[in-house]
Design a protein around this ligand. Structure first.
Ligand code: DWN
Ligand code: ZN
Length: 405
């Protein structure tokens, strides 16, 4: 019986199975299409002790994050979001020329570049060699390694302890959370702050964003299991805000403190209890809606194709591949996916093998319908593709229910 990633209890109950699924970021070259493609169980569990929603089938991080196609900076809303995060953190925690700011899972350095004007030393830690190389080439000092206690000790010894440690869109990716927090504790000054940003379970449930379930995301955090986890390390949440990014996230600032719970944390814990996060009912209902949305989306695409409409996908995000594989949507229902990420262009989506083409193709080709796989950037994309819509092109959003916009 698997143990919970936060409380180590054997009190996990499965509530959703998306079936054997290929890796969401393993885009294929044409010559790989005939090869057998590895797929892994994608089953989701709820812990009856601490409330953590999680995967138990862990794909090794070395397999997932070795050669990584995703670049934060490709999406302009992310550049804007991270520039604002950098400013908030720099001002709130007095980051200046004497400070050290370390970003774990720093990707191409988009977030760290936002700290430049405040003058601290910055350091990125990024396991994907291709991405770390890009960051270093852009002048963002980045160590190409997985983060852990040994590296944390080395950083603290050679560069001094950090005032701020950042972990955005990486905390859900960590299997050994204890080892991660031990390492952070080694590297953080006594009054230092760990700032985590992670998709929020409540938003995933409210909008049935089941495509954010894939093997890179081992945990789907609510605040209750986070509080339980941090308290085991003598840490507490000193600030918490909800963010719109990635379909709804929470940003928590964590510090070594035994101070009483802050009112904002007490309030959100109440809201979670009232929302019913502690009982299986909400998860079973979620699983039921997943099946319904999957069927509705396929029915909609089929009916459009039957009427001779040309349909494509807009964006080739990792999350899109959970949706396409769960719904078995292939090139018969989506001619191609357009994406601005060079490393994805000219490749094929994992599992369903839909070709990925440059987004310039979209403006030239003007298909009848475009499924918004990158729905978390709908505002930006609808604004950017206004001409397409004015000429009669239509976008389809998959969530919270498939709908033509
Ligand atoms: O958690 C994760 C998040 C941070 O990033 C990772 N596990 C993997 C990745 O997830 P994703 O691929 O679902 O992230 P995004 O940021 O939702 O991906 C958006 C995709 O859409 C990118 O491939 C870029 C593309 N895009 C585009 O082609 N044109 C995005 C915008 C805004 C556009 O205008
Ligand atoms: Zn647990």
């Amino acid at each position: 019986m698997a143990r919970c990633r936060v409380c180590q209890q054997e009190t996990l109950e499965k509530f959703l199975s998306l079936g054997p699924t290929p890796l969401a970021n393993r885009f294929l070259k044409r010559e790989q299409l005939e090869e057998s493609e590895p797929s892994f169980p994608l089953d989701v569990y709820f812990c009856h002790t601490c409330g953590l929603v999680q995967l138990v089938d862990v794909v090794p991080a070395e397999v997932l994050f070795h050669d990584y196609p995703y670049l934060t900076g490709v999406s302009s809303p992310m550049r804007t979001h991270f520039a604002a995060l950098a400013e908030d953190v720099a001002q709130e925690y007095h980051v200046g020329p004497g400070s050290l700011v370390v970003d774990i899972g720093s990707n191409d350095g988009t977030l760290l570049s936002g700290f430049r004007r405040f003058g601290p030393k910055t350091l990125g830690v990024e396991p994907a060699a291709n991405v770390a190389a890009m960051a270093n080439a852009a002048g963002i000092q980045t160590i190409n390694q997985f983060f852990g206690p040994a590296l944390a000790e080395e950083i603290a010894r050679t560069r001094g302890p950090a005032q701020v440690v950042l972990a955005t869109n990486v905390f859900a990716h960590v299997h050994d959370l204890d080892r991660f927090l031990q390492a952070v504790s080694v590297m953080l000054v006594a009054e230092g702050v760990l700032v985590i940003e992670v998709p929020y379970l409540v938003d995933m449930l409210n909008n049935t964003e089941f495509d954010t379930i894939y093997h890179e995301h081992l945990s789907y955090f609510a605040v209750r299991p986070m509080v339980a986890l941090f308290s085991r390390f003598g840490m507490g949440i000193i600030d918490l805000t909800r963010q719109r990014v990635h379909g709804g996230s929470i940003r928590v600032a964590v510090q070594k403190s035994r101070a009483p719970q802050t009112p904002v944390v007490a309030q959100i814990l109440n809201e979670e209890a009232e929302r019913g996060l502690d009982s299986m009912r909400i998860y079973r209902d979620f699983a039921e809606r997943v099946r319904m949305i999957g069927q509705e989306l396929v029915d909609l695409l089929r009916s459009l194709r039957a009427r001779g409409m040309r349909t494509v996908g807009y964006g080739a995000p990792a999350k899109g591949n959970t949706l396409l594989n769960f719904c078995k949507v292939g090139p018969d229902l989506l001619e191609y996916l357009v994406d601005a990420t060079p490393a994805k262009q000219g490749r094929f989506s994992p599992g369903m093998h839909v070709p990925v083409v440059p987004d310039t193709r979209f403006q030239a080709d003007r298909p009848d319908y475009a499924l918004l796989l990158a729905w978390n950037y709908a505002d930006e994309i609808l604004r950017k593709e206004a001409a397409y819509r004015e000429r009669g092109g239509k976008f389809i959003t998959p969530f919270p229910r498939p709908a033509i916009l």
